[in-house]
Design a protein around this ligand. Structure first.
Ligand code: FAD
Length: 470
């Protein structure tokens, strides 16, 4: 089944290794989604050629495509991911702005409505988030990747399997099929599985009898319905985007709306289990009217809707613990959703993928002068990317697990964490510095450890005392 197309010894271009630059002839990336594009950009400096293989026909315009069904729904590229993409592709932010993405001042332009507390104060922290459709974010990233001279994106090429040494300990390339049914084996010094599900990697591990990763699952049973509206002339000038959070755990109705290119709002209504936002006009509007506040309903009630309603069901967040494996084939890494599929409502997936890609580039830079720079790369990558995944995973696990029906293991200190997070949010209402720090953590600009600082903990402890007295 698996081909052996290279010997056990990796081919390295000696001359370019010595120059401290190229460490291999060819890298292959499976998938031209956000993770694949970011990864291709990240490794391009270190290989003579990078080929991205994508099973879809890739559109020349910012329109949804089959292989990324989630692209019809609201996608917030939060600042931590935006910066990582800008580090990989220096023109990324400018090109996004030039393509009419909407600059949003954080946090002033986005109204965050918290049940029981009201909207968080409108404070300007001095950084921007660009409101754009997922297809525009992806197209802008793809154009950046395509501008690299040694990088090629082959559309309508499906990867059928990884090729490897007979014992599966080293990946040597991929077998792929073009749209006309022609099969081909492409050799690679490094294969990056950005297929979104990690299916090629899992198939190799299974076939070669190597251990597969444990999975941590949080069964969220989340439902999305999304619609696009023309922003009316008389839209509020107090905010440009809005998040109306659900009153958990009693109710799970949430509404999230961002302005995107073309003068549109994209509005995603969410619910869990039995609370499913309808995908027809009257039901959708009624659901919007019965969110925790009527801000979104009032904004859209006279707005012109464009296009159809789109649905998405997300049964579970899944984190495959590749970092816990004692062995993993050389010549292969995974990135993005192939490792961890987050609950999309917190908007972390694209940003974590971009930060992982930036990490991959840093690791290759460090290793470029080593004798065998790719040996053990994946295990190092899995362990160093752990904090990039762990922070957003924990941030979303606590609010997800607050619903009693959510499947997943609750940490021993779950109740006290929940209380602490509630007190932190209350403190952020009246303390601008803590609000800013909390936003930086939520938007993946800073690690959660910064919130352990006594300057944060002291006022939060005072808030906890106050809450206990109420
Ligand atoms: C409803 C929804 C809303 C979301 N909202 C947000 C948000 O607001 N903010 C955010 O940051 N993230 C959001 N996400 C997550 C985000 O979409 C992903 O985390 C991010 O796009 C990274 O995905 P990926 O590139 O790893 O995988 P994917 O997006 O799944 O891309 C995988 C690519 O690989 C291709 N492919 C698969 N198999 C093969 C094969 N065998 N051969 C060739 N090509 C192949 C596919 O066609 C596809 O193009 C959301 C997700 C969902 C489901």
């Amino acid at each position: 089944m698996m081909d052996t197309i290279m010997g056990g010894k990796r081919r390295i271009d000696e001359e370019s290794t010595m120059a401290g630059r190229k460490i291999g002839k060819q890298a292959i990336v499976i998938g031209a989604g956000m993770a694949g594009l970011a990864a291709a950009g990240a490794v391009a400096d270190y290989f003579e050629r990078v080929i991205v293989l994508e099973r879809d026909r890739l559109p020349n315009q910012a329109v949804p495509r089959l292989g990324v069904p989630q692209s019809r729904h609201l996608h917030a590229l939060i600042p931590g991911g935006q910066r990582a993409l800008a580090d990989l592709f220096p023109h990324f932010e400018q090109d996004l702005a030039d393509a009419s993405a909407v600059p949003l001042r954080m946090a002033g332009d986005i109204r965050a409505e918290i049940p029981g507390l009201g909207p968080l104060p409108s404070r300007d922290f001095g950084w921007l988030l660009y409101g754009a459709s997922r297809p525009l974010i992806e197209l802008t990233t793809r154009r950046q990747a395509e501008s690299l001279a040694n990088l090629t994106i082959r559309s309508r090429y499906r990867v059928l399997e990884l090729t490897a040494t007979p014992d599966g300990s080293m990946v040597t390339g991929v077998r792929c099929e073009s749209a006309d049914g022609q099969q081909q084996v492409l050799a690679a010094d490094l294969v990056i599985d950005a297929s979104g599900r990690g299916a090629p990697t899992l198939a190799l591990l299974r076939w070669s009898g190597q251990p597969e990763p444990d999975e941590i699952v949080i069964g969220v049973d989340l439902h999305y319905t999304t619609a696009t509206f023309v922003i009316p002339q008389d839209a509020s000038t107090d905010w440009k985007g809005i998040a109306t959070h659900p009153h958990a755990p009693e109710r799970s109705r949430g509404g999230y709306m961002l302005p995107i290119e073309g003068g549109h709002w994209v509005l995603t209504l969410t619910g869990r289990r039995g609370e499913q936002p309808p995908a027809e006009p009257d039901g959708f509007m009624d659901y919007a009217r019965r969110l925790e506040t009527q801000t979104i309903y009032n904004a859209i009630k006279h707005a012109e809707r464009q296009g159809s309603f789109e649905r998405y069901a997300n049964p579970a967040s899944i984190w495959r613990r590749f970092d816990r494996l004692n062995s993993f084939p050389d010549g292969l890494v995974l990135i993005g959703d192939s490792i961890c599929r987050f609950n999309p409502v917190y908007g972390h997936g694209m940003s974590v993928a971009a930060q992982e890609a930036r990490l991959l580039s840093q690791l290759l830079k460090e290793r470029a002068t080593k004798a065998d720079p790719l040996a053990g790369l994946a295990r190092r990558f899995f362990s160093e990317s752990l904090p990039l995944i762990e922070a957003p995973w924990n941030m979303s696990a606590v609010p997800d697990l607050v619903y009693p029906e959510t499947r997943g293991e609750r940490p021993a200190d779950f109740e006290s964490r929940l209380k602490y997070d509630g007190a932190l949010l209350r403190t952020a209402m009246h303390d601008a510095a803590i609000h800013r720090l909390l936003s930086e953590v939520q938007q993946l600009l800073k690690p959660p450890g910064v919130l352990l600082d006594p300057a944060v903990d002291r006022p939060v402890q005072r808030e906890l005392v106050q809450m206990a007295a109420e």
